[in-house]
Design a protein around this ligand. Structure first.
Ligand SMILES: O=C(O)CCC(=O)C(=O)O
Length: 285
């Protein structure tokens, strides 16, 4: 694969309006970026992992907490919550993370040298899909990486609306610093902590058609609500970090990174992968 991505070649650069929205609001939206067929390629892989047709490390696969805790009965993809680190093991998901429709605008924000920092796929099944409390993703990466921000991209696989638990953001909240985050009661919510002081009345619903993408500053306050509908609310999320960022030495866990485009620098070279990893028999589902 070519590592050369010159500025001239970038067709999907930030527009002036997007740049303004990025600076002022901490996000911008692009509509109809990926086709239904392109989304189906990803959802098929994710479903096959969920039902055990494609092997994937089990510790990265998460069931819906109501199902896991025995409060609701469901099976197959109806019992799913999310899969983390799709990039690391799935060539199809890695291809999406490296797609210039996602990375061209990121270059205008982070510079030409970019690494992938977690990518996850969420199902939010009908009626039982749980929400995420207000949080800032940067709260999670700050102890691990020295850098001003990272960029998140959230692609709607299904239509996402208020009824099936779309994303909400608080415009401009990327400028207020990183808030204290505290533990929440309740099963799935324990995965995510709650940002103290974030107010529902400041949130804006991000309703998106399939294939549309919100690009967001990882300091922005965001949340999503439960799925009250009979539809799935699936999404694919890819996060990006500048290859010039530095690691904060971390005793227990070193978040893996994946090369996306441009150069790799010595400050962050440890733990950067270039190709999907093989799945050892002992860790596969
Ligand atoms: O997709 C969602 O419902 C929320 C995802 C989210 O907040 C996150 O991954 O940080």
């Amino acid at each position: 694969m070519s590592t050369v991505n010159t500025f001239k070649k970038r067709r999907n650069r930030l527009t002036p309006e997007e740049k303004t929205s990025w600076e002022e609001n901490g996000y911008f939206i692009r509509y109809h970026v990926f086709t239904k067929e392109e989304n189906e390629i990803l959802s098929q892989v994710a479903d096959d992992i969920a039902i055990g047709k494609i092997p994937f490390p089990t510790h990265r696969i998460f069931q819906n907490a109501l199902v896991r805790d025995g409060k609701v009965e469901a099976s197959g993809i109806h019992a799913m919550h999310s899969i983390h680190q799709m990039n690391l093991y799935s060539p199809k998901f890695l291809g999406r993370t490296r797609d210039s429709r996602l990375t061209d605008p990121v270059v205008d924000i982070l510079g030409p040298d970019i690494l992938g920092l977690n990518s996850l796929y969420i199902w939010k099944p009908p009626k039982i899909g749980l929400g995420f409390p207000w949080h800032q993703d940067r709260w999670y990466t700050q102890p691990q990486f020295k850098t001003e921000t990272t960029v998140g991209t959230w692609t709607a696989i299904d239509a996402a609306d208020k009824d099936n638990g779309c994303l909400y953001v608080i415009p401009g909240s990327h400028k207020i610093g990183i808030l204290e985050h505290i533990d929440l009661e309740g099963s799935q919510q324990q995965e995510f902590k709650q940002a103290v002081g974030a107010r529902d009345e400041d949130g804006v619903a991000v309703e998106l058609q399939p294939g549309s993408v919100i690009f967001f500053d990882n300091r922005i306050l965001h949340k999503s609500t439960v799925n009250n509908s009979k539809r799935f609310r699936r999404s694919n999320i890819a996060h990006y970090i500048s290859a010039k960022a530095e690691r904060v030495p971390h005793k227990n866990y070193m978040r893996p990174l994946m090369w996306v485009r441009g150069k790799i620098y010595p400050t962050l070279s440890e733990g950067v992968y270039r190709n999907p990893l093989p799945i050892a028999e002992s860790e596969g589902a």
